[in-house]
Design a protein around this ligand. Structure first.
Ligand code: ADP
Ligand code: MG
Length: 141
């Protein structure tokens, strides 16, 4: 259960590239942390590490809910911040995405634990200073 520390946005992107190499095919990854903790930044690095897109092509899906990068099996980046009810999230039909071979990165998925796959990987990000972040990668039990 490694805990990492980064001191800049670029270091978090580089860590995301390393994390990408640790992910099994079809993994679902919950990115957990407050606004500004670096969830989307880490997602940029993971998407880059998976060879699906460059970091500057990865933007927050806060308003669009779901972004898809790369050729199948794609990488999905999902942000559930703006959704309030289990019904709204269930209507997205994420089960097909979870069950498929794509890597799925989700921000604010921990708000709907009953809709998340049991074998998810959880990454917790905490701001410990203006540019310092603690990033705790939890593999499934
Ligand atoms: P979230 O998706 O968790 O709301 P973002 O990744 O969108 O967070 O934003 C993180 C913000 O924090 C960015 O403005 C980024 O430049 C800044 N930042 C400063 N230091 C770091 C760091 N070590 N890792 C990631 N982001 C950092
Ligand atoms: Mg974000």
């Amino acid at each position: 259960m490694p805990v990492f520390r980064t001191a800049s946005e670029d270091e978090t992107i580089a860590l995301g590239e390393r994390v990408a190499g640790m992910l099994p095919r079809g993994a679902t990854v919950l990115l957990i942390g407050n606004l500004g903790a670096g969830k989307t930044t880490l997602a940029k690095g993971i998407v880059k590490g998976l060879g699906a897109a460059q970091p500057e092509e990865v933007s927050s899906p806060t308003f669009t809910l779901i972004h898809e990068y790369g050729a199948p099996p794609a990488v999905y980046h999902i942000d559930l911040y703006r959704l309030d009810s289990v019904r709204e999230v269930a209507a997205l039909g994420l089960d097909d995405v979870f069950d498929g071979p794509a890597i799925v990165l989700i921000e604010w998925g921990e708000r709907f634990p009953e809709l998340m796959p049991a074998d998810r990987i959880e990454i917790r990000l905490t701001a410990t200073g203006e540019d310092e972040r603690q990033i705790d990668v939890r593999l499934p039990q």
